[in-house]
Design a binder for this molecule. Sequence first.
Ligand SMILES: NC(=O)c1ccc[n+]([C@@H]2O[C@H](COP(=O)([O-])OP(=O)(O)OC[C@H]3O[C@@H](n4cnc5c(N)ncnc54)[C@H](OP(=O)(O)O)[C@@H]3O)[C@@H](O)[C@H]2O)c1
Length: 311
Amino acid sequence: MADTRFKLNTGAEIPALGLGTWQSAPGEVKKAVSYALSIGYRHIDAAYCYANEDEVGEGLKEAFKSGIKREDVFVTTKLWCTYHSRVEQALDTSLKSLGLDYVDLYLVHWPIAMNPNGKSCSYLFPKLPDGSRDLVREHSHIQTWKSMEKLLATGKVKAIGVANYSVRYLEELLPQATVVPAVNQIENHPSLPQQEIVDFCKSKGIHITAYSPLGSTGSPMFKAEPVVEVAKRRNVTPASVLLSYHIARGSSVLAKSVTPERIKANMDLIILDKSDMKVLTDYSKDLEKSGKLVRYVYPEFGVDFGFPDKS
Ligand SMILES: NC(=O)c1ccc[n+]([C@@H]2O[C@H](COP(=O)([O-])OP(=O)(O)OC[C@H]3O[C@@H](n4cnc5c(N)ncnc54)[C@H](OP(=O)(O)O)[C@@H]3O)[C@@H](O)[C@H]2O)c1
C-alpha cells in the first residue's frame, strides 16, 4: 500500500505517502529524510519556510549516494509569502539549499503576499508596528500564479500547484490560469474533512495532498473514539487509520516524523473499506454539525481564506 501512486494532471505520478519536514529540527531532519528513503519512501515534502531545506538536501544527497536515483524520488517544495514577486529567485534559493536541479512539484504555500522588505520580528513573518502581518494586499495570488506558470519552461519544476487554497480562491484562479494547478495541498483529517474542496479539486483534475493528517504536534486525534474504533477493528494503529483515510479518498498524504520507528510504522497503510470510512465520515459530519471542526495549522495572516470553517 505504501507504494501506491496517484496520477497528476501532468501525467506524472505522485507517491501516495510522503515524509513531512515541517518542525523537523536541525540535526534531525537529514537523518529522517535519508532513513525514510532507505526504507522505501519516495516522496519528500519541503518548504523554504521550514528553514531546513539545506538539511533536507543533505538527507537527499546521502540517499542518492547510497544508489537511490533522483528520478525515483518525488520532491516538493514551496514558494514562501515574502517571495511572491520574486518567484524564480525563490525557486533558485530552494534548489540551491536542496542541492537539486529541479523539484517535482513547486507549490504556492499560501495565496497571500507578505512584504519582502518588512521590518519584522522574523524574516519569514514580517509584522507591522501594530503587530499585524505585513501583507502586500495589492499583489494578487493570480499574479503569483502567472509567475509560477513561467517556471515550467525553465525545466526547474516538473509541476506547479498550490497549497491552502479554498474553493473561493480556486474559483478566482482557474479562469485566469493557463495551467491548472497539479496539486492543492491542504490540512486534512477526519476532524477537518474539507469535503467541499476535495470534491471541487477532483472535478477540476487537481490532486489533493493532505497535510497534518495526524493532527500535527501533540495531536489528540490518536485518541478520537471513531479512529480508535476503526484501528481496533482492523488491528492497526490509529496513525495507520488516519493516514489510510486519505488513500481511500484518492489523496496523497504527508506524515512528518523524525522518529525512525514512527517513520517506518507510518508506511503501514491499509485499504479502509466502506464501513471503516463510514465511521470516519460520520465522525466528520458530527463535528461539522456541532461546529467543532478542528484546524491545527493556521498562521495568523488576518485574512479570510474562505475555508469551510470560516477561520
Ligand atoms: N502546505 C502547508 O501549509 C503545510 C502545513 C503544515 C504541514 N505541511 C506538511 O505536511 C507535513 C505533515 O504535517 P505536520 O507536520 O503538521 O503533522 P503530522 O504529520 O500530522 O504530525 C506530526 C507529529 O506526529 C508525530 N508522529 C508522527 N508519526 C507518528 C506515529 N506513528 N505515532 C505517533 N506520533 C506520530 C510526530 O512526532 P515525531 O516527529 O517526534 O516522531 C509529530 O509530532 C508537514 O511536515 C509538512 O511537510 C504543509
